[in-house]
Design a protein around this ligand. Sequence first.
Ligand SMILES: Nc1ncnc2c1ncn2[C@@H]1O[C@H](COP(=O)(O)OP(=O)(O)O)[C@@H](O)[C@H]1O
Ligand SMILES: [Mg+2]
Length: 250
Amino acid sequence: MLKVQNVYKSYPKAGSLFKKNRFTVLSGISFEIKEGECVGLIGESGSGKSTLSRLIMDLEKPDEGTITLEGESIPVWKKKNPGEISVVFQDYTSSVNPRFTVEEAIIEPMLVKENIAKTATKVTQLLDRVALPSKLLQRYPHELSGGQLQRVCIARAISTNPRFIILDEAISSLDVSVQAQILDLLKELRADLNLTYLFIAHDLQAVASLCDKVLFLYKGKIEEELLVTDLAKTENQYAKKLVSSVITFD
Ligand SMILES: Nc1ncnc2c1ncn2[C@@H]1O[C@H](COP(=O)(O)OP(=O)(O)O)[C@@H](O)[C@H]1O
Ligand SMILES: [Mg+2]
């Protein structure tokens, strides 16, 4: 479904007067995600995970390399398949307009595809889908807990009937017990709606419980690609460190 080929991305160095003075964030990234697959992307903070998700969403362009969905460039695919790629970010507080009620926030992305009359019943269904009570419809973001607000963001993400969702540290800011609940919700939605996920995280345990495959992003490159079932077999130093830390904390 998604094919990332030899992607490079650099940014200007802060404070540098010279345009040529850039630092490389991604240097030759390649991987594929098949339809229905859930692929985890693990990397330290600042390793370029969000940069990669912005490139896939076509919010920025790579310096080199190509990214395609079902063989088409992202802008072409998006035009042909409106709403079918979605993203859920880590920072749920800035992901929704603070002046929108829960109802308005969920309706907003749907308007790309549907007229307002059709959205009303769908909002209630979506709220139910993400296990939120309908009494929250008229609440504002600041009146919700972090977990509830992230559920609203997930409802927004699935409101346009997407096939592919990028979850960029979608559970990282939540309490551990709430993380587990949201992971369960993501598993359920994946199965019920036939979704394909790119699950970005720095927590290997979450990736292991949700994903089929893991990519380790390190120093701008995909250091290793492993089936979740093969995690313990890794020879990669960075992956080993993460795997052993999970085992220790258990
Ligand atoms: N628009 C930008 N301009 C300059 N530097 C950026 C920009 N976006 C990200 N960076 C830098 O690129 C690196 C990777 O950032 P990011 O993709 O957010 O990492 P991650 O999501 O893995 O924590 C960081 O050093 C960050 O400061
Ligand atoms: Mg990030």
